[in-house]
Write a new protein. Structure first.
Length: 162
């Protein structure tokens, strides 16, 4: 481990002291957290990004559950986890999970049309009598009558007369 000594303006030092008390952490833990955040954000290209505020209300019951979790976290890990850190981690985890689900759904959609179509069915082999095909598709016998006309069964000739 290495030590780092810095000289700070009194007002900045006072702000740091207030933050340390609010978070319940040591100066070393605070400096480590800030430096780690700085280098992590620099690598991700987020160092100069603007920040936005998201505010929402929760029930008293949920608020108390969050507080209990944060207190338990501090007991177990020996470090205070702020509400902000906790909520940001929850949001980031949920967004990562949602992005993975979206990618999986998109991949499934891309594969689904191919799977649904299946192999193309070939038309059954059939022979075509070229003499009848040249005469047109009238479905008539050699004597000019259709099979239904010839048998007389259920055939009603269509006429355009009214």
């Amino acid at each position: 481990m290495s030590k780092l000594t810095v000289t700070l303006p009194d007002d900045l030092h006072a702000q740091i002291r207030q933050e340390l008390e609010a978070q319940g952490i040591t100066t070393g833990q605070f400096i480590e957290m800030v430096v780690t955040k700085y280098f992590t954000k620099s690598k991700e290209g987020e160092n100069n990004m603007a920040t936005r505020t998201i505010a929402f209300q929760v029930s008293e019951e949920l608020y108390q559950r969050i507080k209990e979790y944060l207190n338990r976290y501090q007991e177990v890990y020996g470090r205070k986890l702020t509400q902000r850190e906790f909520m940001l981690q929850l949001i980031e985890d949920a967004l990562s999970e949602a992005e993975e689900e979206f990618e999986a759904a998109t991949a499934a959609e891309d594969e689904a049309p191919e799977a649904e179509e299946g192999p193309e069915e070939e038309a059954p082999d059939c022979e075509v009598d070229t003499e009848d095909a040249d005469a047109g598709d009238t479905n008539e016998d050699d004597d000019g009558e259709s099979p239904a006309e010839a048998s007389g069964e259920g055939y009603t000739p269509y006429t355009n007369e009214e």
